[in-house]
Design a protein around this ligand. Structure first.
Ligand SMILES: CC(C)(COP(=O)(O)OP(=O)(O)OC[C@H]1O[C@@H](n2cnc3c(N)ncnc32)[C@H](O)[C@@H]1OP(=O)(O)O)[C@@H](O)C(=O)NCCC(=O)NCCS
Length: 512
């Protein structure tokens, strides 16, 4: 103790390192310092401050000190003590016991490595195939014959179904037709809405697969929207019947002109919502769930709108370019191994396709769910911008499906899952039923435009149920998250290759 105290005194003219908070293991004595023992237990210190030495009370020494040395605060003394020690009982950062979790730099490294390795792939692709990007070629994907625009014409015809829904609702609201008749009319309307475009796509030879996907996509969205429109208006009638007096226009529903889509965003109640303006606002709004009074944003932010527009234009060009330059040649090169059923080469091709396919899917996600939906929402002053949640952190497959496409998920919950659960259906049966409906629509959107029925999309969607069970049962945390990513990265190219292979065999092999 004495020696240490002396050393402290000798060293006190060295400039002090302020702001150092490192814990010292060496105190003045084992009992008096803030020391940590080998077993990890901390010994409580009677004096965290440097204890005063007996010699300090000696009058002579005291006098000398008063003459030659400045008086040091306890803080100064402990800082000086710290210089004597440089080791602490601690784990290495990469040991799990260290509790260290800040891997921001590693994440940056991953991004840098990803960019570098893809730059090499990009260069290799350019050297091998030259520049394949051709924006004009895209037009021919939609329009084989410049005088025939079947897909846009089909979309325009969809107005008939919108009008049919509105007029059915108006008749129901005044009681001209019964609920039973209304349900029947909706059944006819919605069934025709799905069957008519698919029959058109299947029979029209001028309809290209891309045009077919576009037209059927619009009709599927319309189907879900009109189904929601039917349900909500029916709920309104139920409420009107049960609470006739108290609810009717209690929130000032002065006129039809103040429904969704009007310049003045005042409250509307049933049946004031049954207007052309209201239904068309809903048809174009970025949601599948109808509501009488959507939350509205106060104004259109021009800079936000322009940024989203720029992103939309940029990312769509990037998507088209990547498909032409990267996906098309990879798929073309995959045909031979698939014909020969060469499994190792098939696997190699599939993994090769996985990278561009996944990149394109991620860009598509941003383009559609962030840029495009926000653009439309901003333009229409539609307030609810929750189009996706943090699906990238999914540790279970069900979390992914409940968070990556919020408009569809919300519709499934509101118009299918919860209604059948309320009827006493078991949770697993209800989830299976939702995935069954979803699988049907996935297959509808792929098989009809390609004019071949292979059920790959259907099976892909249905396989989510056992996958969800497996991941939920056996994997947790990061392992679960990795499993979700792997299923996304590998699952999609498998389905893509299956369809492309079958399409190629039907259309090109038969010709040759
Ligand atoms: C099937 C699916 C709807 C299940 O969703 P989930 O969030 O895991 O379902 P949960 O069991 O956790 O319940 C969700 C809701 O139902 C409610 N619920 C549960 N049991 C209920 C019952 N018996 N009665 C009424 N509501 C009930 C819950 O309270 C919860 O409500 P909240 O959202 O308001 O909190 C979802 O996985 C899904 O949307 N799948 C299909 C997705 C899809 O195909 N997307 C296509 C994208 S291309």
């Amino acid at each position: 103790m004495y020696q240490i105290s002396e050393m402290v005194d000798r060293n006190d003219r060295v400039p002090m390192m302020t702001g150092r908070t490192r814990r010292s293991t060496i105190g003045p004595t084992p009992a008096g310092g803030n020391s940590k023992q080998a077993n990890g237990s901390k010994q409580s210190s009677a004096g965290e401050k440097t204890p005063s030495h007996p010699s300090h009370s000696n009058g002579k020494v005291k006098k000398e000190k008063q003459v030659h040395e400045p008086v040091r605060t306890p803080q100064e003394r402990s800082t000086i003590c710290e210089r004597l020690s440089c080791h602490v009982l601690q784990e290495s950062l990469l040991s799990s016991a260290s509790g260290y979790s800040n891997y921001r730099g590693i994440l940056n490294w991953c991004v840098v490595m990803l960019v570098l390795s893809n730059a090499r792939l990009f260069l290799e692709n350019l050297l091998k195939y030259g520049i394949l990007v051709d924006p004009i070629q895209v037009v021919s994907l939609f329009l084989k014959d410049p005088y025939s625009w079947p897909a846009p014409c089909l979309v325009i015809v969809s107005n008939v179904f919108i009008m049919a829904a509105l007029y059915t609702e108006r008749k129901l609201s005044v009681g001209t037709i019964s609920e039973m008749t209304g349900t029947f009319l909706y059944l006819v309307n919605l069934t025709t809405l799905l069957c008519f475009p698919s029959a058109t796509v299947l029979t029209l030879t001028s309809m290209t697969p891309a045009g077919g996907v576009f037209a059927l996509g619009v009709y599927t969205i319309l189907f879900m929207k009109l189904y929601s429109y039917k349900d909500v208006n029916m709920w309104c009638r139920e409420i009107r019947h049960t609470k006739a007096r108290t609810l009717t226009r209690s929130h000032s529903c002065p006129s039809v002109a103040q429904s969704n889509g009007s310049a003045v965003h005042s409250h509307v109640s049933y049946p004031g919502n049954l207007t052309h303006r209201d239904i068309y606002y809903f048809v174009f709004a970025p949601t599948l769930c109808y509501e009488l009074n959507f939350p509205r944003s106060p104004r259109i932010r021009k800079s936000f709108l322009l940024r989203r527009l720029f992103e939309m234009l940029f990312f769509i060009q990037l998507l088209i370019g990547l498909v032409q330059q990267w996906i098309v040649p990879t798929i073309q090169n995959s045909m031979k191994p698939f014909q020969d059923m060469d499994f190792s080469r098939m696997m190699e091709r599939m993994l090769k396709l996985a990278v561009p396919n996944h990149l394109i899917w991620l860009i598509f996600f941003y383009w559609f769910f962030h840029s495009s939906m926000n653009f439309v929402a901003e333009l229409m002053q539609f307030g609810d911008r929750e189009f996706y949640r943090d699906w990238w952190n999914s540790e279970t497959v069900t979390y992914f499906w409940s968070n990556w496409n919020i408009p569809v998920h919300k519709w499934c919950l509101r118009h299918f899952y919860k209604p059948i659960m309320r009827r006493g259906v078991n949770k697993w049966v209800a989830q299976t039923a939702v995935f069954l409906v979803s699988a049907f629509f996935h297959e509808y959107l792929v098989s009809v435009p390609l004019k071949m029925f292979r059920l790959w999309a259907f099976m892909g969607m249905m396989s989510q149920i056992p996958l969800a069970w497996f991941v939920g049962r056996f994997l947790r945390g990061n392992h679960g998250n990795a499993a979700v990513w792997i299923s996304l990265i590998i699952g999609q190219p498998v389905a893509v290759l299956m369809y492309v292979h079958d399409y190629y065999v039907i259309h090109y092999m038969s010709q040759s």
